[in-house]
Design a protein around this ligand. Sequence first.
Ligand SMILES: Nc1ncnc2c1ncn2[C@@H]1O[C@H](COP(=O)(O)OP(=O)(O)OP(=O)(O)O)[C@@H](O)[C@H]1O
Length: 518
Amino acid sequence: MSLKCNKAGDECYGFSEMSLLFDISQRLLNSNELKKDLSPILSCLVKHLNAERSFITIFNRHTNRMMIEAAYGLSVSQQARGKYDLGEGIIGKVVELARPVVISEISKSKLFINKIKTELTKDGQELTFICVPLLLDNVVTGALSVVRIYNSNISVNEDIQLLSIVGSMIAKTARYKQGKVEELEALREHNRELQSQLDSRKPHNIIGNSGKMCDLYALVNRVAQTNSTVLLRGESGIGKELFAEEIHNKSKQKDHKLIKVNCSALPESLIESELFGHEKGAYTGADQMRKGRFELADGGTLFLDEIGDLPLSTQVKLLRVLQEREFERVGGSKTIKVNVRIVAATNRNLEELIEKGDFREDFYYRINVFPIFIPPLRHRRDDIPILVDHFIDKFNRKNNFQIKRITTSALNMLMVHRWPGNIRELENVIERSCIMAKDNVVHSYDLPPTLQTADSTNSTMEGGMMVVVEQLEKQLIRDALTTTSGNVTKAAELLCVTERMLGTRVKKYEIETWRFKV
Ligand SMILES: Nc1ncnc2c1ncn2[C@@H]1O[C@H](COP(=O)(O)OP(=O)(O)OP(=O)(O)O)[C@@H](O)[C@H]1O
């Protein structure tokens, strides 16, 4: 290579610069954290140029100021002082004019304001300051500076050229990496949005917007994606079956069957045959082989309703099926394997049943993997108006009615009723009222007489003041437990009584705190 060498020393520009640029480009490409990796790059540059120090200043377009982003040969406090306004000092000028500036002997220059307070000479030798703008598509994003010993024999043009190339490489990589970070962040954000949409997606069939219900939808959406056994708990008529359907419809098994078994409706003698099927001739009348519900639900979901009513003997048999997902048909010896997701439901207090010996503890732990407590209607009265509209709509369609609305006084009566039969009761009340309504409006006198008594709302004075006070006390405790999701300590705090005092009342009024847990 016969290039004219303007650089002092033995080396000529060419090969060593190529190696430097290659080294820097590799470091930039492999960098995972550019800010951290810039100092080693500046160190390579300083060594190559036989310089004293080097630093990069980044221009912030919003504040019109520059700050040192990375440095080699500067202390942390010196770096911290490196803040410049546009046009301030050499760096401010370079960024403002988008042109390189060289100060040959900084100790003699008035332009060199030395904001970072470094020595102006080195061992009695003068220092040269070279600063080039960092350009991206002709827009200045910052500056790259180098300080080296002054040598009148050295032309700085090649240094300016080299620094400009390095600066442009750094600026382009920074933009590329920043783009990638932003792209990744945008994808993460999108993912978060989708996840939260998925979490809060409301079911079509289950009506209710109360906070409690929205919490339940999020739980259902989460557990539906898994294969875990779900135990739905809550009073009768609360919608447990609807929740079971929702879990199935949102699960991976949704294209397979959802098979329902009402455990309390089957006579004990038939339960096993119903669940596991039977072989031909297994017993008198079994004239052909019949598949059980487990086999029919293979690949899908088996909904075991009223599981608290299962006889102990069947619970033992189910233990193995729930553990191994395998069983034999009644009268058969061939082991059948199934892939079934179990959703169970009960309105009974299983813990109490265990204490009484009516429910097996081992079976309880097998089904109590993911319990979901559905609160009774009286604990989420906010949902009553929307449920009423839903049922009016339903009966209009079913019976070709034209009911337009319900009066405020009728709705008020529905709002204060205790709803021991929960939503099933409300549904029946609305059906009856729609039939009774004469002018396409549901009035309070269209509601069943049971709702029109003070008794139904707990507002009777019968029994005197003590009874009314007790009823009020009971209601306050229930409301507090609803707010705290069954947490007695927090409920006591809310009511400003001791936990012990609340415990005594809970016992006295036979309030089942477990029912308030969601
Ligand atoms: N949130 C709801 N939105 C709309 N309808 C509901 C809702 N909850 C319950 N229902 C309706 O109420 C009736 C009773 O619901 P479901 O049979 O699911 O209750 P359950 O808790 O399984 O009762 P049980 O314990 O007696 O079996 C059904 O007609 C159901 O459609």
